[in-house]
Ligand binder design. Structure first.
Ligand code: NA7
Length: 547
């Protein structure tokens, strides 16, 4: 079903509706949270900026946008009926199919009636005396609720590059996270794209097939490995449907909720020929196996990481005809897997095409400015008809920072988290009672919908406990926040990724003050996270403070 474009309800700015719960965002998190809150009998309102449901999959409509996780591990698992009803068409679902799936979910569970679309929350203030939150929308509308749920995603605050003259370009310019709802036609066009992260690595091969000329402006290259996507036959889908329980149970045993499990051998203990054969196998298989199903020490040992890095560099050299271009595409500042590994479909071969040019903006041609006609570098002016800023997101905390969130005694969330977020389990922030975060900082992530389901179910369980016991107020305990923050920081220390700048550790030079690394996720084993949360639930949530 296409985006319905439902218009916002007509609500006068003076009216203040009161709910049991307000949810910010109608993506995968917000939709499922709404479903669970309704089940608990709570009067709930969801506010969503877009005209339809889907979050990430509503906004990111750029060519080539698709899952890097196996589709059949990415859907909701709370409804067996839904799992049997929906057929994934490809092993790594393209964005239009995923959006169709999420619209089916919204229809099937009648979610839209409690969602107000085209509404951005600009502020959320805690009122201690009333024991409730007041949210304000971009239209000046106010609403109150006892509980506030943030379901705002970790990659929703997109960022544009800080380049002089950025708005002077006279042709269309797009960020992939605000892609038009009707496909952009690149036929016969000269296209410039800035950025070579996961988004650009998906988009570049698709745009190159259509455009007259595509010029890629790369600051730092990223490691990428083949996705090996394929269609799912009817028979295969039937088989998947018959094994869903087993598949999801297996994901719940892996460190990141994916199907992939690390090989328990250490890289250098394996003879070189055997190691190479193992990597050839992984490189030829679909999905994140090369990253997550690899030898267990590739992301923690410098020597092991150097070995896999050399292997992947060799593959890039084999795939790119011009050795100079291949060399530019090989990262020199970080090892394989120490930043989020984009999965690609013909990305490296795209640079063998006559209509594609790679511009290295770090060494060869730094960008000086955007002009009405294109991009001016230190060497020349490149003229374009269309510009794409695939320049990423202010990850994890960015969407929180864009709202004026105030907790106890007027404490501003932005200030409270200036150095590091302080949370318990990434679910509740210190100083912000009754504000529950789905995928908040310091929570376990990995295969995102499964991480979301885990958080939503934990939070729904805690709410049920509160309702059953007539509790109306929940806060963190200082000692638990200290312990969890220390756990999260320690879990990250052993990883080579903690020494590399990326959105995952909060570095984004297009955002003021975001130059210092912060630990923004629980990077330990999701199995450990699940055990901790299960114990907290079984013990009656006494790590939280209730009234
Ligand atoms: P990423 O992975 O953060 O990539 C952004 C890219 O944009 C990256 O190559 C940046 O280079 C580049 N960039 C950003 N600002 C500039 C400026 N000012 N000049 C030149 N180049 C710039 O974001 P994506 O959207 O690709 O992917 C985000 C996540 O979505 C991804 O990890 C998946 O989980 C899904 P840099 O590396 O900073 O030198």
């Amino acid at each position: 079903m296409p985006d319905t474009g439902v218009l916002p309800e007509r609500v006068n700015a003076g009216d203040v509706e009161t709910y049991d719960a307000i949810v910010i965002g109608a993506g995968i998190s917000g939709m499922y949270m709404l479903y669970r809150l309704r089940e608990l009998g709570m009067k709930t309102k969801v506010f969503e900026a877009g005209t339809g449901v889907g979050g990430t999959w509503y906004w990111n409509r750029y060519p080539g946008a698709r899952f890097d996780s196996e589709s059949w591990t990415y859907g909701y698992s709370f409804s067996k009926d839904l799992m049997q009803e929906w057929d994934w068409k490809e092993h790594f679902s393209p964005q239009p199919d995923t959006l169709e799936y999420l619209n089916l979910v919204a229809d099937k569970f009648d979610l839209r009636q409690d969602i107000q679309f085209q509404t951005t929350i600009s502020a959320a203030h805690w009122d201690q005396a009333a024991n409730q939150w007041t949210v304000t929308t971009d239209k000046g509308q106010k609403a109150k609720s006892r509980f506030l749920f943030t379901a705002i995603g970790i990659l929703s605050a997109y960022t544009l590059p800080k380049i002089p003259g950025r708005d002077s370009f006279k042709g269309p310019a797009y960020h992939p996270a605000r892609w038009p709802h009707t496909p952009v036609d690149f036929t016969g066009k000269r296209v410039g794209i800035i950025g070579t992260g996961a988004t650009a690595i998906q988009a570049i091969p698709e745009i190159a097939k259509q455009a007259k000329q595509l010029t890629v402006f790369q600051r730092r290259p990223n490691w990428a490995a083949p996705l090996h996507n394929a269609k799912i036959s009817k028979q295969e889908m039937e088989d998947i449907k018959s094994r869903y329980e087993e598949i999801y149970a297996h994901c719940a045993t892996t460190p990141g909720w994916f199907i992939h499990q690390a090989d328990q051998r250490k890289t250098l203990e394996v003879p070189p020929a055997e190691r190479e054969a193992f990597w050839e196998k992984l490189y030829g298989e679909p999905g994140f196996g090369i990253w997550m199903g690899n030898f267990r020490d590739i992301l923690t040992s410098e020597e092991a990481n150097a070995a896999i890095t050399a292997y992947i560099a060799k593959k890039i050299r084999q795939r790119v005809n011009d050795p100079k271009v291949a060399d530019k595409l090989i990262p020199k500042d970080h090892g394989f897997g120490t930043r989020r590994v984009p999965l690609e479909s013909g990305y490296f071969e795209t640079y063998n095409r006559d209509n594609v040019t790679l511009v290295d903006t770090l060494v060869d041609e730094p960008i000086e400015c955007i002009t009405p006609n294109g991009i001016k570098t230190a060497k020349q002016e490149h003229e374009f008809d269309i510009l794409i800023y695939a320049t990423g997101f202010d990850g994890v905390t960015g969407a929180f920072d864009r709202m004026d969130i105030r907790g106890k005694d007027g404490l501003e969330l932005k200030n409270a988290w200036a150095e590091t977020p302080r949370t318990y389990l990434g679910m509740l922030a210190e100083g912000f009672p009754n504000m529950l975060m789905v995928l908040g900082p310091h929570t376990a992530r990995g295969n995102i919908p499964q991480a979301i389901s885990h958080s939503v179910e934990f939070q729904a369980g805690m709410l049920k406990h509160m309702l059953d016991n007539n509790l109306t107020h929940v806060e963190t305990r200082p000692e638990q926040v200290d312990e969890w923050t220390a756990t999260v920081i320690k879990a990250g220390e052993a990883l080579l990724s903690s020494k590399v700048d990326s959105w995952q550790n909060g570095v984004n030079r297009n955002v003021e003050g975001r130059t210092v690394r912060r630990v923004l996720g629980y990077n330990g084993n999701a199995g450990h996270f699940r055990r901790v949360t299960d114990e907290v639930a079984k013990g009656g949530y006494k790590e939280f403070s209730f009234q």
